[in-house]
Design a protein around this ligand. Structure first.
Ligand SMILES: *Cc1c(COP(=O)(O)O)cnc(C)c1O
Length: 425
């Protein structure tokens, strides 16, 4: 079968190979790259013995013609060197709910899966050329990207994050001094950061820029892996609950379902930034200013992957296949507390938004199991965990080490000239 090529969601640029879509990030017309076809899962995918093996099998029909099977297997193996356990909850009405812990990578969020794999794909694609990776982050992207690209030759990383709007632990992870990485604290919101990145791409003024946000197709494709990893162990098609912000994770899940995974229904779990949930409920999509919440990596008012989802699927399809849920901060903390009291499980606020959404959806589908994607380690949010369960989460050793590392950060105004000065420096 011919492997996919990539076209823009906007004015229909000619199809390009993966390498070009990866290196560009954003299509020249400002759109997002989408695949022309979705290859089916290879028969026997359930038999893959390990996570990297499953990842390689899954990506083979997408990438093997360009990357080569051996190179692909090597880079996936190198990227996915941490476990992804599926933890069943039990007690207090939580039986049947499974937590897919995606946070055992180096920066303790699910973004390590996509970012680490993508960084190694960049290493292949660049082949010695130089590029600046520009990334807006509402918390977890930046550290995953910075960590993922550390040591990839030819790559310089510039991170933008909203000053004062990431948790202290997230901040430390972002500003830890790393070779080839500049962290910029922007006096504004995440949406300002994203706007600056888009504006810089629209007119790069000679700089060779690429993106590592979930607008990059190279980050989305590897994320299909853990949906397959979780579902291969399940006998009944589950509800799959995705704590959502920019909708990259959900897009990867939808692609995985198109490739052949049987999902009962996706649930897009949102905090107060719930424009997508309203859209699923029948409203017109309307970008809004982002609102600050406890689950701050999901504080996205204008999710960029909506454009991609609406290109790939009709609105009717999206509304049939995905249910939207909105969870308040109060309910988030309460869910953290209730899950801990009933089952002993310590969830971070993002995961708790997913757990609360799972509980509501299961009221309507009590027989369906649920897989809740756990997108961050609770140790990244010690204040919220303390508030919910009365004690701080245990910090893994790699976090403790990072908190002691030297830091480097510059503060800039939320305008393009300020960003340009950094890019040309
Ligand atoms: C980025 C992030 C999300 C949102 O993922 P999207 O792909 O942007 O929808 C959810 N939880 C955590 C912890 C994150 O870091």
């Amino acid at each position: 079968m011919t492997p996919p090529r990539y076209v823009s969601t906007r004015h229909g640029t000619a199809p390009v190979p993966f390498r070009e879509a990866l290196l560009r990030g954003l299509a020249p017309d400002g759109g997002l790259y989408v695949p022309t076809i979705v290859p089916s899962l290879a028969p026997g995918w359930r038999d893959a013995p390990t996570l990297p093996d499953l990842g390689t099998r899954l990506l083979m029909p997408w990438l093997a013609d360009e990357v080569g099977p051996d190179r692909l297997a090597a880079l996936v193996g190198d990227a996915l060197d941490f476990p992804i356990p599926l933890v069943p909850l039990s007690g207090g009405g939580w039986d049947g709910v499974h937590v897919l812990e995606l946070f055992h990578g180096p920066t303790l969020s699910f973004k390590d899966v996509g970012a680490r794999t993508m960084a190694r794909l960049f290493g292949w694609a660049l082949d010695g050329e130089e590029v600046t990776i520009l990334a807006a982050t509402s918390g977890d992207t930046g550290s995953a990207v910075a960590d993922g690209f550390a040591g990839i030759p030819g790559v310089r990383v510039v991170l933008l994050f909203p000053e004062g709007q990431v948790s202290p632990v997230q901040r430390r992870q972002l500003v830890a001094e790393r070779e080839g990485v500049r962290a910029l604290a922007v006096r504004g919101t995440f949406d300002d950061c994203q706007r600056l990145v888009k504006a810089a791409f629209a007119d790069p003024q000679g700089a060779r820029l690429s993106s590592a946000n979930s607008i990059n197709i190279g980050r989305l494709l590897p994320q299909m892996l853990y949906y397959a990893w979780a579902l291969r162990a399940m006998e009944t098609a589950p509800l799959v609950v995705v704590p959502s912000g920019n909708l990259g994770n959900l897009t990867a899940g939808m692609l995985a379902a198109n490739a052949g995974l049987v999902v009962r229904r996706f649930v897009a779990a949102h905090n107060a930034n719930a424009g997508f949930a309203h859209f699923l409920g029948g409203a017109d999509p309307s970008p809004a200013d982002s609102v600050r919440t406890l689950s701050n990596a999901m504080d996205v008012g204008a999710p960029s992957n909506l454009e991609r989802l609406r290109w790939l699927y009709s609105d009717g399809d999206l509304r049939r296949r995905i249910a939207g849920e909105t969870v308040t901060d109060e309910e988030t903390v309460q869910t953290m507390r209730e899950v801990f009291d009933a089952t002993g499980y310590v969830a971070d606020p993002h995961t708790a938004v997913g757990l609360a959404a799972a509980r509501r959806q299961r009221a309507a589908h009590p027989e369906a199991p649920a897989v809740v994607l756990s997108t961050a380690h609770p140790a990244k949010f010690p204040e919220a965990v303390q508030r919910a369960i009365g004690r701080e989460p245990e910090a893994p050793a790699r976090l403790a080490a990072l908190l002691d590392a030297p830091e480097r950060v510059e503060t800039i105004a939320p305008d393009l000239d300020a960003l340009r000065r950094v890019l040309s420096g």
